[in-house]
Design a protein around this ligand. Structure first.
Ligand code: SF4
Ligand code: SF4
Length: 227
């Protein structure tokens, strides 16, 4: 079992839905993202080109973040299913993993409990009442089923492939919310899985292969790279 993701850049419309969906699902604090993107822009209208590449933890098979963690047992570690997880209990907030990751997908949380301070204001409550709701949606408790719904301050956090959802047989939330069906998730060790089939049938690449990290997030060729 090795979980991985395939992102089809021919389908991606660069809407940021994955970035926002991840924030909502995982209570990612203001100031950083677990799911983000690389945006490259070149030229001027009408000869303007841009390239949007969604990013997240690559759940690398040879993860330098784990090697860099000085804590024993490691505070950032591999699950048997290939997911790179981190432990809130063991993390000492030294940020060594953050500096070792070549993809800039680990974030240091200075805020802790103040996840969405704006959602806790009276105005938010009034707005929710106005539209007929009865709960201020200031955080989603679901990640707490397997990990931490809200992470502690002065520790690092990052994408867990929505561990709490995957553990109960669901897809990561970024896969669910993508309106373009550009993201696919599954077992890369199963040759019949959707992700394995997509990789077998399409040219693909990983980010920074020269770093030797063996990323498990794959991109199906964008138009620039199509032959
Ligand atoms: Fe670690 Fe960065 Fe690879 Fe994720 S992308 S496993 S944080 S090195
Ligand atoms: Fe691309 Fe889907 Fe993310 Fe939108 S939600 S940016 S289409 S991957």
């Amino acid at each position: 079992m090795k979980y991985g993701m395939v992102i089809d850049l021919r389908r991606c419309i660069g809407c940021d839905g994955c970035n926002i969906g991840c924030k909502n699902e995982n209570n990612v604090p203001t100031g950083f993202f677990w799911a983000h993107h690389i945006l490259e822009q070149e030229g001027e209208f009408p000869n303007y080109h841009y390239r949007y590449i969604p990013t997240l933890c690559n759940h690398c098979s040879n993860a330098p973040c784990i090697a860099a963690c000085p804590v024993e047992p490691k505070a950032i570690f591999k699950l048997p299913n290939g997911i790179t997880m981190n432990s809130q209990e063991r993390c000492i907030g030294c940020r060594a993993c953050e500096h070792a990751c070549p993809y800039d997908v680990i974030s240091y949380n200075p805020q802790g409990e103040d996840v969405h301070p704006d959602w806790q204001r009276d105005e938010a409550r009034e707005l929710v009442e106005k539209v007929g709701g009865n709960t201020v949606p200031w955080y989603n408790p679901d990640p707490g089923n397997t990990w931490a719904a809200i992470r502690e301050p002065h520790k690092v956090e990052k994408c867990s492939f929505c561990h709490h959802r995957v553990e109960v047989g669901e897809q990561p939330w970024c896969v669910e919310v993508c309106p373009a069906t550009a993201r696919f998730f599954g077992d890369l060790d199963d040759p019949n899985s959707e992700v394995s089939t997509l990789l077998a049938e399409n040219e693909h690449f990983v980010l920074q292969p020269e770093a030797g990290t063996e990323p498990q997030v794959y991109y199906i060729n964008d138009f620039d790279q199509k032959s």
